[in-house]
Each structure stands twice: as structure tokens, then as C-alpha cells.
Design a protein around this ligand. Structure first.
Ligand code: CP
Length: 313
């Protein structure tokens, strides 16, 4: 069936709720199939949805989860994967971003999965090529597949996102994850609350459609879930907090501060986690943590977005 899903996935802000629901529905099916195969209850799913298609992962910033799960997702759909390595490429000889992507398209790329430190780089690439472009994180702008995998994980755990209170705590100012999640969870009917040191909260953040809490207890009280974020040191030129020990004491989620969260509420983190800073090991590895489930959801969500962007679902 032909899909109305956009050819590019550049942000959550411009997606309609029904398009988000389409990703989550398909991703949920892929996730259940993968789980059944892992449990030995079914053969490993072989979706030859993208045979002969070439998916290029083009990362200008480091990644463990996003690049790996896009590559596993592409293989699972029968596509070929080309893992572009910036430091071994002609970017080091001065080739421009536009020339790089045009050459990759001439080699056969059908999809460019792009992570870049500059906000707007995936959109600029989308203007330069005919291939689909998926934003895998651009500066402090958006990380749409992270928000989609968070929504899938939360919806499976909470049953629905409608009316749920989801708190996002940490470095909101520099977080593309926070921005995409505010848009995504709000569109799905949740009340989104952000909290962090005033130096790490962008002015006018309420305009994104979220509430603001000024303390960790205020962020955790009556929340159904809390998403802890690391401080994005790579995007901060000056010191915004007195030190990590002080930050952990005031804003970190530990066995002590977890008591402030309602008993059934769950804990998320997009990774990478700075253990002992925003999240203690006890909480990270505890029974209320959904961190590894988020990573599992990531493969399914990336399978769904690849299939939908290429009109193959
Ligand atoms: N959450 C996330 O984007 O992780 P990576 O930086 O490891 O891809």
C-alpha cells in the first residue's frame, strides 16, 4: 500500500500525529517479531522489504547506538549498508558536504542517514540530493528517531501516552533529544515537563509546549516517567555548572532521589550515560530502568523509518 509518509525524516516538529502513529505501529510489529525470534518462538524475521537498496550511514559525530541500530535495521530489511567513515574519507582533503553526498548518491545511495554537529545539515543535504535523508541528530536541533524509540518504549510500558506526565531532566539547552521528545510526546497527548539548572534551560522553552520545573523534586512529583539527560559538554564552550559532584547531588537520579518518583514511574536515558552524574549505577541497572529496552526499540523504529521513507511499508 502506498504510504503518505514523507521521503525525508528531518524532524518531529513537522510530523503529524498520524505519521508518528504509523511509525510506532510498524516498529511495534518489528519489535515483537524480533523478540519472538530471540526467544526461539519464531524464525528470525527476514523482511526483504528493501532488497538492493543502499543505506549510507554518514556520521560526522560519534555514535554507538544510532549508527549501529540503523545498520542492523537496514540489514534486517534486506538492504545493503555503506558505513561512511569521515576520517578516512576525502572530507579530510577538503571535499564539501554537498559534493560528498552527491558522490555518495552517484555511487547508488537510496538513503542517507546523517548525524552532523550543525543544526540544519540534514535539511541542506535533502535539498542537494534525490535520495531520502534521515536525521540521526543535528547539533542541538532534533534527533527524531530517538524520540520515536522513546515513545515506543514508553507506550509499551505505560499502555498509552495520553495524559501521562513525562519529565525530562538535565541539559535541556543543548539537547536535540529533549527538543524532539517535547514535540513527539506532546503530539501523542502527554504533558511534558522539563527541568534542569537555569544555565541549562533555554529562555522561552515553554513556547515548545512544555511545562518547566525549577527543582528535581518538582520534576519528579506525580511523573509517570522521567528521562534523564547528560550534560552535552561537546556543545558547551563555557562552564555552566560548578562541577559534576555538585550537579549529581542536586540534579542526579540516585537511590535517594528515586524515592521522590511515584512508585510505578519508570526511568529512561537516551545514552551515553555518565554513571554517577545524572544517573547512579543503582538506578541505571535497577528494575525501573528502561534504558536497554530503549536501545532494543531503536532497531525496530529505524527499520520502520527506513521502510516508510522509502515508501516500502
Ligand atoms: N542516543 C544516542 O544518540 O546515542 P549515540 O550517540 O550512541 O548514537
Amino acid at each position: 500500500m502506498a504510504s503518505e509518509f514523507p521521503r525525508h525524516l528531518l524532524d518531529i516538529e513537522s510530523l503529524r500525529r498520524e505519521q508518528i502513529e504509523e511509525v510506532l505501529g510498524l516498529a511495534g510489529r518489528f519489535k515483537r517479531e524480533r523478540a519472538a525470534a530471540r526467544a526461539g518462538k519464531a524464525r528470525a524475521p527476514r523482511h526483504q522489504i528493501l532488497p538492493g537498496r543502499i543505506v549510507v550511514t554518514l556520521f560526522f559525530e560519534a555514535s554507538t547506538r544510532t549508527r549501529s541500530s540503523f545498520e542492523v535495521a537496514a540489514h534486517a530489511l534486506g538492504a545493503e549498508v555503506l558505513s561512511f567513515q569521515k576520517d578516512a574519507s576525502s572530507v579530510t582533503k577538503g571535499e564539501s558536504l554537498q559534493d560528498t553526498v552527491r558522490n555518495l548518491e552517484a555511487i547508488g545511495a537510496d538513503v542517507l542517514v546523517v548525524r552532523h554537529p550543525a543544526a540544519g545539515a540534514p535539511r541542506a543535504i535533502a535539498r542537494a540530493v534525490r535520495a531520502s535523508v534521515i536525521n540521526a541528530g543535528d547539533g542541538a536541533h532534533e534527533h527524531p528517531t530517538q524520540a520515536l524509540l522513546d515513545a515506543l518504549t514508553l507506550r509499551e510500558k505505560l499502555g498509552t501516552l495520553e495524559g501521562k506526565v513525562i519529565s525530562i531532566v538535565g541539559d535541556i539547552a543543548h539537547s536535540r533529544v529533549a527538543r524532539s521528545n517535547v514535540h513527539c510526546l506532546s503530539k501523542l497527548g502527554s504533558r511534558v515537563r522539563v527541568a534542569g539548572p537555569s544555565t541549562l534551560l533555554p529562555a522561552g522553552v515553554e513556547k515548545l509546549g512544555c511545562e518547566v520545573a525549577r527543582t528535581l523534586p518538582d520534576a519528579l512529583r506525580d511523573a509517570d516517567a522521567v528521562m534523564m539527560l547528560r550534560i552535552q559538554q561537546e556543545r558547551i564552550a563555557d562552564a555552566r555548572i560548578p562541577g559534576t559532584r555538585d550537579y549529581a547531588r542536586v540534579w542526579g537520579l540516585s537511590a535517594r532521589t528515586l524515592e521522590l518518583l511515584p512508585p510505578r514511574a519508570v526511568v529512561l536515558h537516551p545514552g551515553p550515560v555518565n554513571r554517577g552524574v545524572e544517573l547512579s549505577s543503582e538506578v541505571m541497572d535497577g528494575e525501573r530502568s528502561l534504558v536497554m529496552d530503549q536501545v532494543d526499540s531503536g532497531v525496530a523504529v529505524r527499520m520502520a523509518t527506513l521502510a516508510l521513507c522509502l515508501g516500502a511499508a
